[in-house]
Every structure is written in C-alpha cells, then in structure tokens.
Ligand binder design. Structure first.
Ligand code: ASP
Length: 365
C-alpha cells in the first residue's frame, strides 16, 4: 500500500453520540486515511465506567443456575450493549452483539484466556458496528496479529508485519480494525496491556510504512503537565519519541508508552489530535526537533509508586566504582533501577516499590 494514514480513535472519541458522523467527516477530509483502529467506548464524563472495565467484571463471574444471578448478569449486559447504541445503524446489529457477548461469557473457564476473550469483545464489537454504520471493511485481528500467550500483556510476534502488509494492501479500501488484542498460535484472543489500542495502531502504521499515525483522543494534544494537577498547562506542538516515551512512562496517559517503540524504529510521525476539535493541529511526535530556548523543559510528569535509596557522605564523587558496586547489589536482588540521581556528595537509586513487595526481597526489610 502506498501513501496512507492510519488513524486510531480512542475510547472517549467513540463514546460520544456524534462519533459516527465525526469519524466519517474526518475520513472524507483526506482520502489517504485508509485504516481506522478503534478502542472500546470509554468515559464521556468523569465517573463513567469504561466498557473494558465492565467486561472484566463480567468475565470474572462464574455462571450459576441462580435466577437472581442470571437477572443481574442480563441487566449488566443490557447496559453494556446500550453503550453501542449511538454507533449502531439499527437495532438488529445491537441484538447480534448482545447474543455474541452472552455466548462468550457463558464459555466461562477460570483462566486468563477467558478473561481476555471477554475483554477483547469491547473493541471487536465497536469495530463490527462501526463497519456497518460507516461501510468500511471490518478486519479482525486474527488476520493481522499473531501474539504471545501472555494474556493481558501479549507481545506482538514478528510474523504480524507480513500478515498486515498482505491483508491491508488494497488502496481502494478503507479498513476498520479493533485495537487492543491479537490471536495466539492456538487461536485464542490475547489482549495487550491496558490502553493497548495505541499499540495496534502504531504497529499497523509501521508495517504499512504510513505517512503519519494519527492518534485521535479527546484532548488537543500532549500537555506539558497533568491538567488535573496543574491549571491550564501549555500544549506541546512538537516533541521527540524519546521525550514522549519518558513522559508516557512516567504518568502521561495520552499515549501508551510501549506504542512509541515501533514508530520510533521506523521514524513514522505520530500526530496526537482532538477528535472534537478537528482539523486543529495537535502534538507531532518526531525523531528530532530543534530545542526551544524559551521552553527548555518539555513537560513534567508525576507518578506514584517509586521508592528511593539515598546515600550521602563527604567525597562520594571521588570513590571510583561506587555506583557500579551499588548497582550490582540491586542486580543480584533482581531489582531494576529506574533512575539514578547524583550530586557531589549524594546519590539516589530510584526503583519501583512493587518490585520490592512482589519479590519479598531482602532489600525491603
Ligand atoms: N479498551 C482498552 C482499555 O480500556 C484498550 C484501549 O482503550 O486502548 O484499556
């Protein structure tokens, strides 16, 4: 496929009742937009439940013959299916996805594979329904993504690149693909980590050598700080893959940190932009940029869950090999170091607290 753009619409872009009309007008605006990746409907306002979260709850409930149980489950399924009403062309298609969801929930087994099969349903139903409403071709990830059996954190296997090239090659078509999951060699659905539809889009854009990967969300781009903590932070116009990865890893939730790798390796530009503010430009992610002396700091992220091992004494800077010796102690304990800060007489090793708790490590005592 030559000149093409891959667009991914996030959960909040899909939840809105205007979604179908907006996606259509964005696609009509540029015929190079050939592949659409969709998430499951997310929150519209603060406090809403994401479809994926409701599915995880349903997947974990063991079916019984109890009448009250059955009524509760059916009510939950009903309200979940309601989330798709604004996207659906008619009542029949809603009925179809309702039946499919009940079937999947009833195939209950106490296994991560079952949870993933139900969890993936959010994206799959969204892509199927939008394909009917918009008239674009639905392509399931079975034909595109071969993944490892790490359910809930699946890795994309290299064979996927050729599968994508082969399946999405017709330049006359617009394809619609569900994000967030692939299929294992055994034919089971396995999801990526949360927010993983970004990864689906990034990987497809890389395989197709796209001109740009457009990541549509409900904010105007990437901001230099979290608006929930800092009032009116400024939008970043251009940043590098490495800057985005650092900030995404450390708490910026606008783009999945693992989705940076494929696009960075091939230099595919990413454009993070607002579905509801189209065609305004958002934030471009590129390999290199000129630094701006008026804004020397790109952004500041905040994330909890770290702990710091600090040491300080006079003349620490002149002790040859000290850093390596301390780093070795962490390595022996199987603890990875996230950051090291240094000054003349002080040094701190910053690690994720979870690592210490999970491994019941000697360092935690
Ligand atoms: N729906 C999934 C989640 O809530 C994946 C995604 O939105 O990208 O994590």
């Amino acid at each position: 496929m030559t000149e093409n753009i891959v667009c991914k619409f996030g959960g909040r872009s899909i939840a809105n009742s205007q979604a179908v009309a907006i996606i259509k007008s964005i696609l009509d605006n540029n015929s190079k937009r050939k592949v659409i990746v969709v998430s499951a409907p997310g929150e519209i306002k603060e406090g809403d439940v994401r479809v994926t979260d409701s599915l995880i709850k349903l997947a974990n409930i063991k079916p019984t013959q109890d009448a009250e149980y059955n009524l509760n489950i059916l009510n939950s399924i009903d309200s979940l299916i309601e989330r798709y009403r604004p996207l659906a062309p008619n009542r029949d298609s809603l009925g179809e996805i309702g039946k499919e969801l009940i079937k999947r929930i009833n195939e209950y087994e106490d296994s991560p594979a079952h949870i993933d099969a139900v969890k993936a349903f959010g994206e799959e139903a969204c892509a199927r329904i939008l394909s009917e409403s918009l008239g674009y071709e639905f392509v399931d990830t079975k034909e595109l993504f071969l993944v490892s059996s790490d359910f809930g954190n699946a890795r994309i296997l290299p064979e996927s690149e050729q599968m994508i090239k082969d399946r999405l090659k017709n330049p006359e078509k617009v394809y619609i693909v569900p994000g967030f999951y692939g299929f294992t060699k055994e034919g089971k659905r396995a999801t990526f980590s949360r927010g993983g539809s970004d990864l689906t889009g990034a990987y497809i854009a890389t395989a197709l050598d796209s001109e740009v990967y457009e990541n549509f969300t409900d904010t105007d781009g990437v901001f230099s700080a979290d608006p929930r903590i800092i009032d009116s932070p400024r939008k970043i116009d251009v940043m590098t893959y490495n800057e985005l990865r650092d900030l995404a890893y450390s708490g910026f939730s606008v783009f999945h940190d693992e989705a940076v790798e494929p696009v960075r390796n091939k230099g595919i530009r990413v454009h993070i932009r607002n579905t509801f503010n189209f065609p305004n430009e958002g934030t471009y992610i590129v390999s290199e940029r000129l630094s701006d002396s008026k804004r020397p700091i790109v952004g500041v992220a905040y994330k909890e869950g770290f702990c710091s091992f600090e040491l300080g004494f006079f003349g620490l800077n002149s002790m040859v090999g000290l850093t390596a010796r301390i780093a070795n102690i962490f390595a022996e304990q199987g603890v990875s170091i996230e950051y090291i800060t240094t000054a003349i007489d002080d040094m701190a090793f910053i690690v994720q607290r979870d690592q210490l708790i999970n491994k019941n490590n000697k360092l935690s005592s």
